[in-house]
Design a protein around this ligand. Sequence first.
Ligand code: C5P
Length: 302
Amino acid sequence: MRTAYPLRVKNSVTVYAPAKINLALRVGSPRPDGFHPLNTVFCSLDLYDVIDVEQADELSLELVGCELEVDEHNLALRAARALQTRTGTNHGARITITKTIPVAGGMAGGSANAAGVLVGLNELWDLGLTASELAELGSELGSDVPFCLMGGLAIGTSRGENLVPIRPGFFQSWVLIVNDEGMSTPAVFKKYDELRPEPHEPASIEEIVAALQGSSIDGLVGLLVNDLAEPAFHLRPDIRRTFERAHGSGIATVLSGSGPTIAILCTSDQEADVLAEGLRNDGMRVLRAVGPAVGPHIVRSN
Ligand code: C5P
């Protein structure tokens, strides 16, 4: 059968786009541009949104598995438009995103979708942009998008877009307590500024970075930290209560990003399964994941 497009241009592509958590998130006072300088450790999880892109005349986006309305502010759609503008391509695409990553959960779901769309359309339209060209485009879309393109485990500085990958000493089993009511990242940063108005640099993450590269998970006990936890808890006392109930389980417990997702690091899959079961019996919504996981990857292209 003849294909409607030149051979290297594809008809449809599927990408798995992973969620992230922050194993450390140290925040400084806001810069003149309003963004906060960060010292953070990003970690991808094997919790994926599935992104299907198909050739079409126009750009369109459908979200499956969540109630979010699609509008022009949607980061995945903005990523597709940015790629069109950057390359001058006249292709369109029908984009379908099947959501698993909680919306507004502090796990970079929107940024993961933008990253997955960039990877998928780069392949679909045979644009040939390099990883660093995609990262540059990604950083214009959002602070977390460059990491969402890279995946794995990485130190993030500046507003989070400046990345250095780190080699993990071990893979980790995670229990995630998710919450249906998402949180606004700008609101949490604003509350952070109210609670810490004096000028300051983000604290060092050297100790946790060394522990992550060590040979034993025990070196991480009590080290996971997030400066946005306190402001998030101020805005959402229910999340503080959930955190306090979970605290002391596993190796360490940390709020991810600006919340409300709480991540608990466990020594083994077995320990994580038992903990997840117990938390579910307590009425919490719980997911299991392994991380670090690989970044966005094409699972089908034809
Ligand atoms: O970069 P992104 O658009 O994802 O950021 C969303 C919001 O989060 C920003 O508008 C800002 O309020 C806040 N933010 C910040 N400092 C960062 C990253 C995000 O203040 N380093």
